[in-house]
Ligand binder design. Structure first.
Ligand SMILES: Nc1ncnc2c1ncn2[C@@H]1O[C@H](COP(=O)(O)OP(=O)(O)O)[C@@H](O)[C@H]1O
Ligand SMILES: [Mg+2]
Length: 384
């Protein structure tokens, strides 16, 4: 093996099946959701084609070999949230070895080989999963992996740079200001002055978070500073956006082998019930499940649907996306579309928006998994 895997050279396992390391859990706040995603993927993946090696990542970052049946039983219903515990033995990789071999090491014991894997499926969200860091590690190993590469992952994680890229590509984004740690420390009044020009309400967000963590909708100028401090607890860089009035529409993008362009699904809509939640906040996403309904396909004029699908593909291409992404929009009463964000590793449980939108478009969950793995196997690591 060279240090960069060539497309189509997957070393099929001894029984002819493709060996897939599925990575889940992880160090972000979406640890439990990622575990449930792994359950969904392990239940649906075609075992005649794929030999699965489940690897959980604990909250502290330890890689742990997991029992397949135990992972398949993970769910968010009742009882404790699923979590990967630290363990005695750690799964490790050997950068530069070129063999894609996984080893299990434990103090005082000789390393035990888990064999080589052909491809990695990172089912991770947020920092250390969706932000380019794990992708960088897999690049160093030279092992193909599902989804966006280092740059697209990093850009998709950063709501400030994401907008810079979108604007450069001529894609519609709303008015915003970003506040770096240095700017906030050096001249808080100047920052507040800039933000003040956005009017009210504004949404104050950590630049690199997810699951609506640390986001505040601000309607009173007196509450702005506290909201910025709240966002700064998650990320020293903060993005403040003008509040957009509009329906929340999402669209799933699935890559195709070059030179074909990626495909966009039928759009879906997030309908947040009036009352407790003034926006699609953390509670509405994960806790108060009755608070938000996913409706797919979204009830939209045909022309809007077509424009959303086209913009979703252009957004994916603007960040050099690969594999999959979900692009989220606001659809205003005037009929304008504004891009809120791209998620390079969107929610991927069987009932999440991304798989639901593809199901409505004619690609079911097992086929989605199969296509994503095929895409990963058909591309090289390294420059491409
Ligand atoms: N500029 C905005 N105008 C109106 N609502 C917003 C705006 N930004 C965020 N929201 C609301 O907050 C939610 C979470 O914001 P988002 O930027 O998508 O963060 P996350 O990456 O955590 O999903 C959105 O789904 C939407 O309900
Ligand atoms: Mg979002």
């Amino acid at each position: 093996m060279t240090d960069s895997a060539q497309p189509g050279t997957a070393t099929r396992g001894q029984d002819g099946r493709i060996r897939v390391a599925v990575l889940f859990g992880g160090r972000s706040s979406e640890h439990a959701v990622s575990c449930v995603t792994a359950a969904g993927v392990l239940r649906a993946i075609d075992r005649d084609r794929y030999d699965v090696v489940p690897i959980g990542i604990s909250r502290s970052g330890q890689w742990v070999q997991m029992d397949d049946a135990r992972v398949q039983a993970f769910s968010l219903d009742g009882g404790a949230l699923p979590a990967i515990e630290d363990a005695h033995a750690t799964v490790v990789t050997a950068p530069g070895a070129g063999s894609h071999e996984l080893l299990v090491t434990a103090p005082g014991e000789p390393p035990r080989s888990l064999g080589a894997v052909d491809v990695v499926f990172p089912l991770l969200h947020g920092p250390f999963g969706e932000d380019g860091t794990i992708q960088g590690m897999l690049e160093l190993l030279g092992v193909p992996y599902v989804g966006a590469g280092v740059l697209a992952s990093a850009v998709g994680m950063d709501k400030d740079f994401m907008k810079v890229v979108f604007e450069h590509a001529g894609l519609p984004v709303g008015p915003y200001e970003s506040i770096t740690a240095r700017q906030w420390t050096a001249d808080r009044a100047a920052c507040l002055d800039r933000v003040g020009r956005l009017g009210l309400p504004v949404f104050v967000k950590p630049a690199r978070a997810g699951s609506s963590m640390g986001i505040t909708r601000v309607t009173d100028p007196a509450a702005l500073e506290a909201a910025i401090e709240t966002a700064r607890e998650h990320d020293p860089k903060v993005v403040v956006e003008a509040g957009i009035v509009g329906r929340e529409i999402e669209c799933a993008v699935l890559d195709r082998p070059s030179p074909e362009r990626p495909m966009a699904s039928l759009p879906g809509e997030i309908v947040v019930a009036d009352g407790q939640h003034t926006f699609y906040d953390f509670e509405a996403k994960y806790v108060d499940v009755a608070a938000a309904a996913l409706s797919c396909p979204a009830d939209l004029p045909a022309e809007a649907t077509a424009r959303i699908r086209q913009l979703a593909v252009e957004t994916f291409e603007a960040v050099a996306g690969e594999g999959l992404s979900r692009v989220d929009f606001f659809y205003t009463p005037e009929g304008d579309l504004i891009i809120n964000e791209i998620n390079t590793m969107p929610g991927f449980t069987p009932i999440s928006m991304y798989p639901q939108m593809w199901a409505a478009t004619g690609i079911d969950y097992p086929e989605l998994i199969d296509r994503l793995l095929e895409l990963a196997l058909s591309r090289s690591t390294g420059l491409r």
